[in-house]
Ligand binder design. Structure first.
Ligand code: PLP
Length: 388
């Protein structure tokens, strides 16, 4: 390896390869080795690496207007906000730069709404094993056991319940409760879906109790599950929605959406230097205009069904466990193999897959991944699983 990596802060256990180029489903390192990428920036590059639509949008918009500061409106910000509001049914949109920042905003908005409309309530019920980001509040909202003693003292006001247990949610409600917050599919936990029934039950319960329903669709949104938003499968609508990852197709863009009734920030409550820049918003609009097309979403569903079916066959043949997930957010439950080791060997063989848990492999290819690329991935994966 020729690149000097010494000045990069060590916050992740990265393999000793340095990526230099990417196109579609393929990445290349500085040695010229290529990798079939089924991680795609952790479900970020929804249109693959360096898609021409993003390259062209960046080039055009960068020569016109990059950032006029959040002190002023810009046309691209307005266009993307309108696209998201119309598609989601949530009338108000705030742009930011990361999923954690969008969730931090969702927590603040729920607290503000609680202060104004729900007797000062500020507690939020979240799910065991949930993941909402790495700011102090979003870490406290997350249900990762390993974080329980990190960075004390915690931001208070989060009560955890098991995913899928509506009675536990009911029992956890107190006069201090303002909202329930969850991911439609727990991605980082290992791809554990909330059932459509559970989501419908939560919607009815929160409505009956006068509470907010916050959906974190950082990972499940923007077509990942075969619908533009994961909540569409359950036929419900949240009060607050957060988006990130795929929204920018690889560049840092996230959004906090709220219904008109819930959107109660006052001037100065929320903001940020880069928020809603013309460059980022133009890219987000270009992504949405492609991903929201019915034929594109039908393609995601078809590719997801095919990948799930082929993974199921492989898992059965090799004695592994269930396939979980929806669309192109899928996991394979391993039996008797260390997922991190499988992912490391796969990398050596030129395949990038992710191991969110010691016994789980996660697959998050580009949403326009081809059958041929899925077949190549399965062939490589079979070789790795047989050998590990
Ligand atoms: N919420 C969910 C469901 C996520 O999957 C992630 C990232 O993996 C986040 C929040 C945090 O997003 P970011 O890493 O952009 O801050």
């Amino acid at each position: 390896m020729s690149t000097d990596l010494g000045a990069i802060m060590k916050v992740a256990d990265r393999p000793p390869v340095v990526m230099v180029e990417g196109h579609g489903s393929w990445l290349e390192d500085e040695e010229g080795k290529t990798y079939l990428d089924f991680v795609q920036g952790w479900a970020v590059n929804c249109l693959g690496h360096c898609p021409s639509v993003i390259v062209e949008t960046i080039t055009f918009q960068a020569s016109r207007l990059i950032n006029c500061s959040p002190a002023y409106y810009n046309a691209e910000m307005a266009r993307l906000a309108r696209l998201l509001a119309d598609a989601s049914g949530l009338g108000q949109v705030f742009f930011c730069n990361s999923g954690a920042e969008a969730n931090e905003g969702a927590i603040k908005l729920a607290r503000k709404w609680g202060a104004r409309h729900h007797g000062g309530a500020f507690h939020i019920i979240t799910m065991d094993h949930g993941f909402h980001g790495r700011t102090l509040a979003t870490m406290a909202a997350s249900g990762k056991a390993a974080w329980e003693t990190l960075f004390e003292p915690k931001v208070s006001g989060f009560t955890k319940v098991p995913l899928g247990d509506l009675d536990a949610v009911k029992r956890a409600i107190t006069p201090q409760t303002v909202a329930v917050m969850l991911e439609p599919i727990q991605g980082e936990a290992g791809v554990y879906p909330a059932s459509d029934d559970f989501l419908r039950g939560l919607r009815a319960l929160t409505q009956d109790e006068g509470l907010l329903l916050i959906l974190d669709e950082i990972q499940t949104g923007i077509g990942r599950t075969g619908r533009l938003f994961g909540f569409e499968h359950a036929g419900i609508e949240p009060d607050i929605l957060t988006l990130g990852k795929g929204l920018g197709g690889g560049i840092p863009l996230a959004a906090l959406l709220a219904s008109d009734a819930v959107s109660c920030f006052e001037y100065g409550d929320q903001g940020g230097t880069f928020n809603g820049s013309a460059l980022m918003a133009a890219i987000g609009a270009a992504v949405i205009e492609i991903v929201a097309r019915p034929e594109f979403l039908a393609g995601v569903t078809a590719s997801g069904d095919y990948l799930a079916q082929r993974l199921r066959e492989l898992s059965t043949a090799l004695g592994h466990g269930e396939i979980r997930g929806r669309g192109l957010l899928l996991a394979l439950q391993l039996k008797g193999l260390d997922a991190a080791k499988v992912a490391r060997i796969a990398l050596d063989r030129g395949l990038l897959i992710n191991a969110p848990r010691p016994d789980t492999l996660r697959f998050m290819p580009a949403l326009d991944v081809t059958r041929n690329e899925i077949d190549q991935m399965l062939e490589l994966l079979e070789g790795v699983l047989r050998e590990t």
